[in-house]
Structure formats: structure tokens, C-alpha cells
Design a protein around this ligand. Sequence first.
Ligand SMILES: [Cu+2]
Length: 153
Amino acid sequence: MFYLKTVRFLLLFSFFSTLFFSSKLSAEIIIEDYWARVTPSGSGSVYMKIVNSNDEDDRLLSASSDQAGMVMIHRSIRDGDISKMIHVHDGILVPKKSSVKLKPGDYHLMLMNIKEGLSLGDKITVTLNFEKNSSITIDPIAKLRPPKMHKHK
Ligand SMILES: [Cu+2]
């Protein structure tokens, strides 16, 4: 009788520890505060915070969207008085236990050739491809101005 109880306890314990372990694994990279703005010319930018709670560095290598012909990783830089965008070829490093912000005037995803019919307030589906983490899909709403961010501790 005592033996049976112990076995049952051990089974229950291993079941819950498996649950805990798997939920931990799926939460290595989280995308927070994502938003997008589109212009009448058919391009747009997507901004976000990429949080890497993993024990190793990762890298955002590329992105794609059903609503855009192409998505490129860009960075805005200042060259004297001129602000220009450069195409980032080697992706964005997201250091372990750290985060990176894609924001106006810095890193962003550039949506090129946005398909006809997308209007303000619509959701844009964007898939982010990482070097190590599996791909993550976000659906920012097309806006012109940044939304009010909620505070993170
Ligand atoms: Cu750009």
C-alpha cells in the first residue's frame, strides 16, 4: 500500500515537472509592444521589443508578411544632417538574458510593396525567423502613430 502511494506520487510529480519544463522552453523569446505604421506609398515599418530569456544569444535573421511583397531589416542612421536607412544584412543580435528594441530612428522591419486593400486599423501578419528559436508570428495593427505602451517592470 505504501509502495503504491509512492509510485502514484512519483508519477504525478513527473507529470507536473514535464508541464513546467515544456512551458519554460516555449518562452525563450517573447515579442512585446509591437506596432506598425504604413504610408500611402505602399511601404511601412514594424517596431517591437524582442526579449530573449534564453541562456544563449540569438539573432533575428529575416521576416516575411502575407500583406507585403518583401520585408527587410533596416536601421535608420544619422549621417550629418541627413537621416538614412541602411539594409541590415546580418540580422539583429538579441543577446542572452537581454532585449533589443526596434523603434523609430533605429532598427525596424521595412514592409515593401504592401498589397492593395490594407487600411489603417487592419492587422498585418509578420513572421519573424530566428537563428535558434523557432519562428514567431505577430499581428501588429497598421497605425500611423505609436500606441501608448504599457509599463513593464
Ligand atoms: Cu526602413
